[in-house]
Design a protein around this ligand. Structure first.
Ligand code: NAD
Ligand code: UDX
Length: 480
């Protein structure tokens, strides 16, 4: 019988996942611990550290009842039967595999902490996304000096998407549990299965060996990202030929073997997972001598970079190849709607591209703070994926950037607008009012296909919508 669960890492995965386990398993005490005091303080406050629809409701129901957030890592690890580890697994920034391989520093320190403080048998669950065979390394750390304690390592990758995390956790497509093919491993799998059985139908809980479970997570993310790069690659061809990506994607997705999901062309995928996990997969393939396979997956990331560069080039070329000192409004900075998360958001690369051209940028996002935006625009690549208190502080804010809390303010006096996140409210804006307050000609570059280009053209805007037929202006100014 599981009495207590401890989760190391109170982030986007640890927080929501444990809140839902606490809600669905009232007889289990669930404690989430973190090295970041600020994060734990925020989880214990009215202003949770992450914005996620439905999360506040779940936390309010369980917090102080059977859900707790604490910095007393040692106490809760030593008392728990099951320990989930949901810490950062960033891309390495230096040394062997830099720019590709996963940096397991935080995982290793969590494992060492478990080994140090455990006084009874534990099931240790990989919740973080990790390279294949990480469980083997973790086992070695845990069992070295284990004082006779039995540790079972399971792989239980998380498939939630941000913005829909609570729904994904309530009704998962599947829960995957991988373990050793030994009696001890199988028993541990059954124990974790029982926890999920409190709300997940039996046929949705898949069990596997450790390596299949670990690899499934990397493969699932690679497949999803590959669909986006596929549709984005076709979006470039649509613009060149006069085809419309929304029509093409709809027609393609009607094939039931393909399906309609993940076929929205965009300025590029972002988020903390896709790029990191594909690079990790690429590195694994290279390490196993599979250079062709590595190259195949690398192209998914390359097309994503191309899509962001293509967008910036389109903005600059349409505006007479000169955006220096021109105000450009950025609507949306988060990597997708319904989250305040900006990790690897396409908006960072687009803004940096425009800043290199000396544009003045005015940003509005309903859920991202000025501090966060400034940090993102000054941080080195991959530095974001470290515990908050270790992240590099921005040297000094970027002067050409202002952040507003209103779309009308952001667009006032602007020469152009870039829509970079598909927030629903961007569909409802009064674009006539916005147009009247802009410099002319007024440009709108829609990186998410949020607005109806024809309606905006009627108002007077010159409109670029990703993957859709270019108007005469754009054709004239962007053809080689
Ligand atoms: P996050 O940065 O939001 O949270 C990680 C937390 O771990 C941080 O609060 C950090 O302070 C803490 N931490 C790091 N080392 C620690 C230690 N030794 N002891 C205690 N706390 C420590 O990251 P996240 O988005 O929750 O992702 C966590 C893992 O889950 C990653 O491997 C990621 O790839 C994976 N994942 C993320 C998502 C997602 O949508 N964000 C989805 C599936 C899987
Ligand atoms: C992803 C996976 O979906 C999830 O299963 C995994 O557990 C974690 O990684 P997440 O990154 O939170 O989830 O969001 P997701 O909805 O997958 O979007 C990722 C990026 O792709 C966003 O920038 C989104 O805007 C973009 N995207 C998504 C597109 O550009 N087009 C699409 O059709 C779908």
């Amino acid at each position: 019988m599981v009495k207590k669960i401890c989760c190391i890492g109170a982030g986007y995965v640890g927080g929501p996942t444990m809140a839902v386990i606490a809600l669905k398993c009232p007889s289990i005490e669930v404690v989430v611990v973190d090295i970041s005091v600020d994060r734990i303080t925020a989880w214990n406050s009215d202003l949770l550290p992450i914005y996620e629809p439905g999360l506040e409701d779940v936390v309010k129901k369980c917090r102080g009842v059977n859900l707790f957030f604490s910095t007393d890592t040692e106490k809760h690890i030593s008392e728990a039967d099951i320990i989930f580890v949901s810490v950062n697994t960033p891309t390495k920034t230096c040394g062997i595999g830099a720019g590709k391989a996963a940096d397991l520093t935080y995982w290793e320190s969590a494992a060492r902490m478990i080994a140090d403080v455990a006084k009874s048998d534990k099931i240790v669950v990989e919740k973080s996304t990790v390279p294949v065979k990480t469980a083997e390394a973790i086992e070695q750390i845990l069992t070295h000096n284990s004082k006779g304690i039995n540790f079972q390592v399971l792989s239980n990758p998380e498939f939630l998407a941000e913005g829909t995390a609570i729904q994904d956790l309530f009704y998962p497509d599947r829960v995957l549990i991988g373990g050793r093919e030994t009696p001890g491993g199988q028993k541990a799998i059954e124990t974790l299965k029982e926890v999920y059985s409190n709300w997940v139908p039996e046929d949705r809980i898949i069990t596997a060996n450790l390596w299949s479970a670990e690899l499934s997570k990397l493969a699932a993310n690679a497949f999803l990202a590959q669909r986006i790069s596929s549709v984005n690659a076709i979006s470039a061809l649509c613009e060149a030929t006069g085809a419309d990506i929304t029509v093409v994607a709809d027609a393609v997705g009607k094939n039931t073997s393909i399906g309609p999901e993940f076929l929205s062309a965009s300025v590029g995928f972002g988020g903390s997972c896709f790029q990191k996990d594909i690079l990790n997969l690429v590195y694994l393939c290279e390490c196993h001598g599979l250079s062709e396979v590595a190259l195949y997956w690398k192209h998914v990331v390359q097309i994503n970079d191309y899509q962001k560069t293509r967008f910036v080039d389109m903005v600059v070329a349409s505006m007479f190849n000169a955006v220096s000192d021109k105000k450009i409004a950025i609507l949306g900075f988060a990597f997708k709607k319904d989250t305040g998360d900006t990790r690897e958001t396409a908006a960072i690369d687009v803004c940096k591209g425009l800043l290199r051209e000396k544009a003045e940028i005015s940003i509005y996002d309903p859920h991202v703070t000025e501090d966060q935006i400034q940090r993102d625009l000054t941080m080195n690549k991959f530095d974001w994926d470290h515990p908050i208190h270790l992240q590099q502080m921005s040297p000094s804010p970027v002067k050409q950037v202002t952040v507003t809390w209103d779309a009308y303010e952001a667009t006032k006096g602007a020469h152009g607008i870039c829509i970079l996140t598909e927030w629903d409210e961007f569909k409802q804006l009064d674009y006539k009012k916005i147009y009247d307050n802009m410099k002319k000609p007024a440009f709108l570059f829609d990186g998410r296909n949020v607005v109806d280009p024809e309606k905006l053209r009627e108002i007077g805007f010159i409109v670029y919508s990703i993957g859709r037929p270019l108007d005469a202006w754009l054709k004239a100014h962007t053809s080689d």
